[in-house]
Ligand binder design. Structure first.
Ligand code: FAD
Ligand code: UDP
Length: 386
């Protein structure tokens, strides 16, 4: 008999595993506590604004991994959107991420050589930055740190930047030319018709039950399956026995405005600590009308993003990789190793890692390969099972 595989969560990790394992001949059952697939990538159509709302915050697909890019094209056509962000601090608007135009706005330089010279003067010599603040001071110096990073980071993480890992900032490029793209990746875009339509295609033919919380009936589910892929929070799986892992959450305030265009860009970051939100998303700018079709909208939809601490009743959006949390995570991972049947903890919440969509797909494809390479599953997939 083909192995019985339970997948907990119809987010991107669960859906990717489900598609591949289903196609390889496994008996796959997905359970999802929400009413629809997509996890944090979910979108919904808003007729008044003639666009798809990114329900859990802005999601831009970007990758340099050709295999992942080819794989995802099977389920969506991407619209060629390239992510560009503006920063607002006080009354001033800036080009971002930091590039030659930003350095022109802040320091008056106009050439790459001028930019290099001003950064060399600003940078604080720190050989091995041990935290986010040191990383920022070493890479751009105090003026740009205060203007673009300190306020935003304090709001986003509600922690002193000296308590945060340097890695968080390495996601954001610093450039000496006028390139103001947010990502360096060659492949970018947003699925035409929204992410939720992509998930419908991704999960076509797979058995899925919505509105089912695995943790309410854990023993029931474990007893009936040969392998479980769990994409919820790892600490919740173990009833927080070693204490709660820290998560950052967000509160979204959405507003439909009777305007054609509110801010002229999909995302404006508000880096001033005095403004309580971190950014404003204007959803219509993620999309472009199909050739020959005019936008039919009386309104535009904006969302303000207010960071908040995670906790009961709040979505756990971002793992917080402090030393305490990582030590707690190691205890949960040690418990996970001895579970029967084997439970794999995947995705952003299961692995407690700050993963982007392309990394989630790559990790899920790698896990599927490991599952299919086990002798029993390989026999099923090749039709040679005894
Ligand atoms: P999730 O999407 O969290 O899916 C997990 C699923 O499991 C959920 O549907 C949940 O309901 C379900 N579940 C949990 N527990 C249970 C349970 N007990 N029983 C049943 N079901 C359960 N990535 C990018 O590449 N580009 C971006 O621009 C980008 N922007 C982002 C912006 C924000 C605000 C956030 C929070 C993330 C962003 N990401 C972005 C990251 C992206 O959302 C993740 O990489 C991706 O959604 C992770 O997929 P996942 O399946 O691991 O987790
Ligand atoms: N960041 C910042 N200012 C900005 C944008 C980002 O200081 O205008 C820092 C902040 O610490 C943030 C990190 O860079 O958490 C990564 O930003 P990204 O946009 O990748 O992700 P976010 O955490 O905002 O979803």
């Amino acid at each position: 008999m083909p192995p019985r595989i339970l997948i907990v969560g119809a987010g991107l990790y669960g859906a990717t595993c489900a598609r591949e394992l289903h196609d390889a001949g496994c008996r796959v059952h997905v359970i999802e506590q929400r009413a629809a697939p997509g996890g944090n990538c979910a979108t919904r159509h808003v007729p008044e604004a003639d666009c798809h709302e990114h329900v859990h915050g802005a999601h831009i697909f970007h990758t340099d991994n050709e295999r992942v890019w080819r794989w995802v094209q099977r389920f969506a056509r991407f619209n060629g959107y390239t992510h560009r962000v503006k920063v607002r601090h006080g009354a001033q608007l800036y080009s971002f991420p930091i590039n030659l135009f930003t350095l022109h706005q802040v320091f008056g330089v106009a050439t790459p050589a001028g930019a290099q010279a001003v950064l060399a003067r600003e940078r604080v010599p720190i050989a091995e930055p041990a935290n986010l603040e040191e990383q920022a001071l070493a890479s751009v110096g105090p003026t740009l740190y205060r203007l673009f990073i300190e306020g935003y980071t304090r709001k986003q993480w509600q922690r002193d930047p000296r308590e945060l890992p340097a890695d968080i900032l390495k996601r954001i490029p610093v450039r000496l030319d006028f390139d103001d793209g947010y990502f360096n990746d060659r492949f970018q875009g947003i699925p035409v018709g929204g992410y939720s339509a992509m998930f419908d295609r991704l999960m076509a033919g797979v058995r899925v039950d919505f509105g089912v919380d695995f943790l309410r009936d854990r023993e029931h589910w474990l007893a009936r399956h040969d392998h479980v892929i769990y994409t919820g929070p790892i600490d919740a799986f173990f009833d927080h026995g070693h204490g709660r892992l820290g998560y950052r959450s967000l509160r979204f305030e959405r507003e439909l405005l009777p305007l054609a265009d509110y801010q002229g860009s999909a995302v404006v970051n508000h880096t001033d600590a005095a403004v309580p939100y971190t950014r404003i998303i204007e959803h219509r700018h993620f999309e472009r009308p199909e050739p020959g079709r005019r936008r039919a909208a009386s309104h535009t939809l904006i969302t303000r993003e207010f960071p908040q601490e995670g906790g009961p009743g709040r979505e756990p959006y971002y793992p917080v990789a402090t030393a305490d949390n990582l030590a707690r995570l190691a205890r949960y991972q040690a418990m996970a190793a001895s579970l029967v049947p084997q439970v794999h903890f995947g995705g952003r919440l299961g692995s407690y890692r700050y993963l982007d969509m392309h990394q989630v797909i790559a990790a899920a494809l790698a896990h599927v390969q490991r599952v299919l390479d086990t002798p029993r599953h390989a026999a099923v997939a090749s039709g040679t099972e005894p």
